[in-house]
Ligand binder design. Structure first.
Ligand SMILES: C[S@@+](CC[C@H](N)C(=O)[O-])C[C@H]1O[C@@H](n2cnc3c(N)ncnc32)[C@H](O)[C@@H]1O
Ligand SMILES: Nc1nc2[nH]cc(C(=O)O)c2c(=O)[nH]1
Ligand code: SF4
Ligand SMILES: [Mg+2]
Length: 259
């Protein structure tokens, strides 16, 4: 269900009694393409709006130019339930945890017995029934400097840089939930920063963060881009002892919408 409306204040007909709504960019049924659950049939719920602006964001219309319809939680749950084969739901965005109402949605999905994964940049903590926190902390190489900014002005660079890492929030997420740390890797220069970040997170939490829960994911939104990047990232995973994750959906369907 692509949602193309740019209106963000239109309540839906099936709004819940307490009126909770979420800005939804799209819902679709696919295979989880990333991380330890790659290959699992899942319904994706993509919220709109983000507190960061990665230059490479593969969901441009949730961050740089957010587009969405404002849907009641009941509508979203009904859309999820319409995919009868699925028992896994992936809540993503944009940054889903900037929305308080994501907690309401996760509670409803949990009551219905779904396994929930939340794809998050790790800068916002919320207490919610999350079965897998899929945390993707953003490295310096994600910063939209003037030459990399899709809008060309570098206006977001400073704000993005200030916000992208919050060690206490990362530690809180790791402590509260089963989690994976999934880094978008643009090259070998990212690895010292990943190692430093892991040291800081491990020092801030009593939870064991295993190297097998640290995932290196090649940057790229098309098969052609991944053809260039994936082998180097796989080699880095072997060299450092972390896990490699493919971008299975890109391998299977390239950059087709709703996959
Ligand atoms: C669009 S983000 C939404 C969730 C959350 N804002 C985050 O960044 O984790 C979903 C996932 O796609 C990853 N991602 C975004 N753009 C990418 C790109 N160009 N190449 C590889 N992964 C990318 C993010 O790091 C994250 O793991
Ligand atoms: N198939 C598929 N798997 C995914 N895993 C995480 C995604 C995301 O955009 O958060 C994603 C996505 O967009 N598609
Ligand atoms: S944090 Fe996630 S949604 Fe936000 S700009 Fe970066 S990749 Fe896109
Ligand atoms: Mg995606």
């Amino acid at each position: 269900m692509p949602v193309n409306s740019t209106a963000d204040s239109e309540p839906s007909s099936a709004e819940t009694s307490d009126g909770a709504t979420l800005p939804i960019n799209e819902c679709f049924y696919s295979l989880q393409g990333e991380g330890t659950l790659a290959g699992v049939p899942s319904v994706f719920v993509r919220t709109s709006g983000c507190n960061l602006r990665c230059w490479f964001c593969d969901s441009y219309h949730t961050s740089w130019e957010p587009t969405h319809g404002q849907l009641g939680i009941d509508d979203v749950v009904a859309e999820v339930e319409s995919h009868e084969e699925a028992d896994h739901v992936v809540l993503t965005g944009g940054e889903p945890l900037i929305h308080e109402q994501s907690v309401d949605l996760l509670e409803r999905l949990d009551e219905l017995g779904y396994h929930t994964t939340v794809e998050t940049n790790g800068t916002v903590y919320r207490d919610a029934p999350i079965d897998l926190a899929s945390i993707s902390p953003k490295l310096a190489s994600s910063t939209p400097t003037e030459t990399r900014d899709p809008k060309g002005d570098g206006e977001w660079a400073e704000r993005h840089d200030e916000r992208r890492i919050d060690i206490d929030t990362l530690a809180d997420l790791v402590d509260a939930y089963d989690s994976q740390l999934k880094f978008v890797v643009t090259g070998e220069d990212d690895l010292p920063e990943i190692e430093n970040l892991l040291d800081r997170v491990r020092n801030a939490t009593s939870t064991t963060v295993r190297d097998s829960a640290v995932l290196l994911m090649p940057e790229g939104v098309t098969r052609e881009q991944l053809d260039v990047s994936r082998n180097a990232v796989a080699e880095l995973a072997m060299e450092y002892g972390y896990r490699y994750t493919p971008r299975l959906h890109v391998d299977l369907w390239n950059d087709a919408p709703g996959t």
